[in-house]
Design a protein around this ligand. Sequence first.
Ligand code: PLP
Length: 415
Amino acid sequence: MAQDIFERIKKDRGPIGIHAKESHGYFTFPKLEGDIGPHMIFRGKKRLNWSLNNYLGLANHPEVRKADTDGAAQFGLAAPMGARMMSGNSNYHEQLENELSAFVGKEDTILCNFGYQAMVSAIDCLVDRRDVIVYDAESHACILDGVRLHMGKRYVFKHNDVEDCEKQLQRATKLVEETGGGILVITEGVFGMRGDQGKLKEIVDLKKKFNFRLFVDDAHGIGTLGATGAGTGEEQGCQDGVDVYFGTFAKSFALVGGFISSEEQVVEYLRYNMRSQIFAKALPLPLVYGALKRLELMRTQPQFKEKLWTITNALQSGLKEAGFEIGPTDSCVTPVYMNGSIPESTNLIFDLRENYNIFCSMVVYPVVPKGMIILRLIPTAVHTMEDVQYTIESFSKIVGKLKAGEYMSDKIASV
Ligand SMILES: Cc1ncc(COP(=O)(O)O)c(C=O)c1O
């Protein structure tokens, strides 16, 4: 018998949605208020905040705030009206594209109205049904969604396992020899959950054996890695081998939007064929104007990145010295791994927020295996050494309580 879709979704709330009733407004959809920075208001109280991807601290930088205000005053929020191709182009869009191309060392760039849909749509646009996609198993949802649109074959390799990547490239090569298609390898510069860098250099080296193009989502790498902040490819000395480079404005840039950089003809192809950009309104002008200011600061003020890494190194080495497991991170993303059940992690986070005034994200099953808790810290250039020290001391106290079984109570923290 046919099902009523609404009846089904009223019963099956989804893996996170099943917790909505107890969590909404506290563990999920919390409201952080006040100026964006390391100390924000949550439920009326100031908390030390480690949960925003404001890596370089630009969100509330006075020059950035001024550019954002000036941009809105000058252009309004409506402009430009329409998609780039039809009526939404501007000199500012083109200027930003040129400056981004120079920044990441590519011939050309296309601006995109959202990072997520840029990735989905670019993957869809670059391949046809004869092509094979080879991608990392722990890729971000936007890559997985892009791959889902692909009409041809896809082979997944074990996370950051170059040997397995090579195996999948062998399978893919066999297949494209039959179909006459090509191979697109997709991975990330930095994996946002564990913080480990993608093995870009090793994958680029595989080009000596296989014929493929490499597409890298560098959402967490842009602005944080590489001598000039050009990202993970620059950090690993293989940016030239990255054929298509994606960066979002949602993290280091502290903005909205994203971009894709590549060879001129590839970018032109994307401009004229990428459905999410042809059939959607262009990035608003104030955002483009604001992005130009952020890029200028990134290029001219290396101290933001230096400070970010001072804080990151102090946080990561301090946590390790205090006995915490932070896994294979080699980026600013700092996950702290603990063992405990979902009720324990809920009680722990509640204690951390209410009694230590520390706000960070928690990752539990089904995102990580049952019994594992990750407290995910995102350092920024505007955190201080005192913030780092206080956090490590507080974490030592809560992990002591976790080990002593103090969070095991049946009574889940009520919010
Ligand atoms: C790896 C990765 N790719 C893509 C995105 C999506 O970018 P945006 O937030 O600009 O849509 C994110 C999250 O912001 C991300 O972490």
